[in-house]
Every structure is written in C-alpha cells, then in structure tokens.
Design a protein around this ligand. Structure first.
Ligand code: PMP
Length: 500
C-alpha cells in the first residue's frame, strides 16, 4: 500500500519500517505512535508548503508532507539576481602536445630533493602526486565556497553544492557513465567495494551462492568478500593465474555456474601490473547471470575507461591514484545494479523523510551518501580528472607504455634481478626482487638516491605467495616520469646488485 507520507514526485523510494519496539521514547512522542509528518530543525525555513501537525515537546516545527519534485528536493533553493562569484582557477591549456617537461612543471612536489638528490617518484601505484591545478582548486574551495551542501538557502551552500555536483558530472564524463546519478562518492576503492559487499551482497547472497575473484586481487577485493561469505554462507572461488601473472581465462570460466552471483576482478594488478581481459570477464560473468564488479584502482590513471562499453555492473576507483586527493573515490554502478542495492549507512542526506517509526530513502546517488561527505576532495577529484582530460588519457597511456617497454629489459638484464609479473599486457608496474638483497633493503638504498619505490607485499599477499614470494620492490610509473629517471634508477639498482 502506498505510504500516505510519500511525498509526491519523489519516486522510487524504498521504505524501511523501524520495528516499533526500538522506536526511541522522546517526550511527547509515544513509541509506536502513528507516523508523524516530516520534521524540520528548529528555526529552519519550511521547505515544503502546506501544514502538518506539530511535534509538540521536541520543539521542532513539523514540515508538511508534499515535496518539490526531483532534484529540488535535495538541493538548495536560491532565486533572484545571479551572484558574482570569484572565478574558479582554470587549468592552463599548455598540453596540446605531450611534453613531459611541461607536465612536470605542473607538479610542484617533483621539484623536491630527497637526500640531496632530485626526487624520483616511482611510487605511483601506491599514490600519485597532485598538479598545482588540484592544489589551487582545494584552496579555492576553502577560500571561497566552503559550506555544507544540498539543503540550505544561502550563497555558499549553492557554491559548494554546484562544485560538488559539478565534480560528480566530471566523473561521469571521464568514465562515460550515462547519468551523473550513477556516480557515488565514497572514501576510495576500499570503501566502494565494501559498500557493494555489505549492501548488495548482504541482500542478494545466501548459503551456497558463489563469488568469483582472481588470484591477482588487492586485499581490498578479497577481504570484503571473505567477510560477506562468513556472514551469508556464500562460497568464495579464486581464478588462477600462470607464472607470468596472466589470468587463466579458461579456468576462470570453469568456475562460473548457476550459483555464481558475483564476479569481482581487478582491471590492473597493483603487485604485477597485469592488465586483465575485463571485457571478457564482464561478458562471461553476465553469461552466467552474475553481477560483475571491476576494481579500477590501478587502471583509472593509465587506461581510458568507458563504463558503458565495458558493461560492468560496478566499477570502483580512488581519487588519489589519479592525481586527486586522498579520502575520495567513486562507486559507479548501472542504474539497475544500484537500484537493487539497499543503503548501507543511515543518516542525513540519504533520506527523503524520517519519522520515528521509519525512513524513506532518497534515490541514487544520495541513498548511498549518508552524512556530510568529503566535499572539498570530491571537488579536487573533479579537477584532477579535468587535468588528465587536458593532457589526454590516450597520450598518457602511450607514453607510460613506452616507459615500461624501455625500463623492463634494462632492469631484467641486471645480474640477480628477477622480474615479477611478466604478463603479456601490463601497465605501469615493474615489480622485481634482487638475489641476496631483501626488498626493504633495496627500497632503502634507492631512497638514499632520492628514488621512491614501494617495497613489501603491496596488500596483495596471495599473488606474491603464488609466485613464491613475500615481498617485492615495486617501481611504478606515471606520465610525469622520464627516461632519464629510469636511467638513474637502473644505475642505482646495478650498483646495489654489485654491492656498491
Ligand atoms: N585495489 C587495487 C588494485 C589497489 O591498487 C588499491 C590501492 N593500492 C586498492 C584496491 C585500494 O585502494 P584504496 O586504498 O585507495 O582504497
């Protein structure tokens, strides 16, 4: 039966009835009492016209039950003459052709020295550096726009909301989603995967259902599925790789069957650099009726992403891996997949209407964005993506590929070096071990030369153990790295190998 309190024009809301036994007793409101009208905080302007009963002792003004349609229900309302705003800094359009020196000039941190040597940042798979445009955008936000977003009737809320929603639309454009509502802001890849596991998985998986992942996964795409399996009785299956780190597609398909409900696979392995055949993975997953999640944490800065062409149900990535801020990331989903996913956190912003007995939720994306989000860093992520668009992701991919092709044989030729991960298709990552030297020791020795690499298990212990290792040294490239830097790095590894 239709909820009489469902505001007209706010469609597709999922109602959640709080069991009457756990309704808090508040003075003036009886537990289990008939639902009251939506309420607005004391002193706030009623946003919905009409009248409704007062919620006596709470001292709140009850707002009426009809709501404006669509977005107007979520956002600020400003009318009147346009307000003159401080112009948002523009990214200089200096990248008509790919010029690595011009690009490097955009990243102030690349002018740092470490141990008296120019910094060589080869730790891009862990996190990337930020261009001045992103740094300036964050400063501009806090200097001129900072406010909480959505419901408010003042200028700064309008500015902040515009900036935040503009960032959402920039993400949409960057990954070619059809609607910006399909872009959910999360803390990062890890949170986005946990959201899907907890909310989608919690609803759709039961005992004996199957989740298929690959042996290449980052812990962020393993542990949430283990937790989900423990909770639901679902079974976690793992597709194998060969010794070079190629996914064995035939074996992957053999794992799929009528009980497969979810496939979760990385696009690029952070430990080995393997690029997986994601189109094939999505196609096979769908052939068996499963939903497919692609972990794009390592592909987003290196490979053009078109989520519509890819066809995955969920695609996730982190802002900090693509020259944006930490603490912000994205869950993209098809409308169908997101609509069938219940909210995972409750609170402000994700609701359309709350009484003490039940809540009505917003539609996507707000349904998944409870509470005050990371507004400024979402804006910073939007700017990072605009920056990458200006440089050109295709040009970035081609240049990085050339760097990897240049470095791989040079490193492999050093006596004692074992390259770890030699898949046919790779991006950015050049993992290795050096005979007689612990990875950590190599990492420290490189640091003394100003070279930053990661040394350890890279949060991907299963794949390293599959290859008989506990840790590797992992240089990883971005488009601001140079052939000269690779030469410096190769000379340094050679010296370490020779005991110099
Ligand atoms: N997946 C992959 C493939 C990754 O490389 C990473 C980060 N190293 C993650 C997931 C987790 O990303 P975050 O820590 O930004 O949530």
């Amino acid at each position: 039966m239709a909820d009489p309190l469902l505001p007209p024009g706010v469609a597709d809301l999922t109602a959640f009835a709080v069991p009457s036994g756990i309704v808090p007793t508040v003075p003036g409101v009886l537990a289990g009492a008939a639902p009251t009208a939506p309420v607005a905080p004391r002193g706030s302007a009623p946003t919905w016209p009409g009248t409704a009963p007062q919620v006596g002792d709470l001292g709140w003004r009850a707002a009426p039950v009809s709501a404006p349609e669509g977005d107007a229900a979520n956002y600020y309302f400003l009318s009147g003459p346009a307000v003159v705003r401080e112009p948002v800094p523009q990214i200089p359009d200096s990248h008509e052709v790919f010029d690595v020196n011009a690009v490097r000039a955009d990243f102030p941190i690349l002018r740092e020295t470490v141990n008296g040597k120019p910094l060589i940042w080869f730790d891009n798979a862990a996190t990337t550096q930020k261009p001045q445009a992103v740094i300036d955008r964050l400063a501009h936000f806090y200097a001129h726009e900072n406010s909480n977003i959505h419901r408010a009737a003042h200028e700064l809320a309008a500015r902040a909301t515009d900036a935040y929603e503009d960032a959402r639309d920039t993400v949409r454009r960057f990954i070619n989603a059809s609607k910006s509502e399909q872009v959910i802001f999360a803390r990062g890849t890890t949170e986005a995967i946990n959201l899907v596991a907890y909310a989608w998985g919690g609803k759709h998986l039961g005992p004996g259902d199957e989740i298929v992942i690959t042996h290449l996964e980052h812990h962020a795409n393993i542990v949430p599925w283990q937790l989900l399996s423990q909770k639901t009785g679902a079974v976690l299956k793992v597709a194998p790789v060969d010794d070079a780190g190629n996914l064995l597609l035939g074996a992957f398909e053999d794992l799929l069957g009528p009980r497969t409900k979810l496939v979760a696979a990385t696009h690029v392995s952070n430990a080995l650099g393997t690029v997986t055949p994601v189109h094939k993975i999505v196609e096979l997953g769908h052939r068996y009726g499963a939903r497919v999640l692609i972990d794009g944490a390592q592909s987003i800065p290196h490979i053009p992403i078109d989520v519509q062409a890819l066809g995955a149900d969920f695609f996730v990535f982190s802002g900090h891996k693509i020259f944006g801020p930490t603490g912000i990331g994205v869950l993209y989903g098809t409308e169908e997949a997101l609509e069938e996913t219940p909210p995972w956190q409750g609170g402000g912003n994700m609701i359309a209407d709350v009484t003490l007995e039940r809540a009505l939720y917003q539609g996507i994306p707000n349904k998944f964005e409870a509470g005050t989000g990371n507004i400024a860093d979402a804006v910073g992520l939007g700017e990072a993506l605009r920056y990458v668009e200006k440089v050109g992701i295709e040009r970035i991919a081609a240049y990085e590929h050339a760097l990897l092709e240049y470095a791989t044989p040079l490193l492999g030729d050093i006596p004692g070096v074992r390259l770890v991960g030699t898949a046919e298709e790779k991006a950015s990552v050049l993992s290795f071990v050096l005979a007689g030297h612990e990875p950590l020791e190599v990492g420290k020795a490189l640091n003394s030369e100003g070279i930053a690499v990661r040394a350890g298990h890279h949060c991907a212990q299963p794949i390293l153990r599959r290859l008989g290792l506990e840790a590797t040294v992992r240089p990883s490239f971005a488009f601001y790295n140079t052939y000269d830097e690779i030469d410096v790095f190769i000379r340094a590894v050679r010296r370490i190998a020779e005991g110099g």
